[in-house]
Design a protein. Structure first.
Length: 79
């Protein structure tokens, strides 16, 4: 926890229920998109509850590359 920055003066409280891990194969891609500040969600009775807390937004994006020895696959940050 001490490694995570405060965002807008607020400490990180956990992972949003919509946190995802993806594995891409040859030819796979993720279309250009914008990461946004989404309401804090959680699972209730097997369903995702939107804005489950009323006071939290997902504000960090975490990207890690787990492979090597390839060509392509770059991430471009759009203006």
């Amino acid at each position: 926890r001490h490694l995570l920055p405060d965002v807008a003066g607020c400490p990180a409280l956990g992972l949003n229920a919509k946190f995802r891990c993806y594995r891409y194969g040859p030819g796979d891609y993720f279309r250009p998109h914008t990461d946004g500040a989404w309401p804090g969600t959680r699972m209730r009775d097997g369903e995702v509850a939107q804005d489950a807390y009323g006071d939290r937004l997902s504000q960090l994006t975490f990207l890690i590359l787990l492979t090597e020895g390839y060509e392509g696959g770059e991430t471009r940050f759009l203006d």
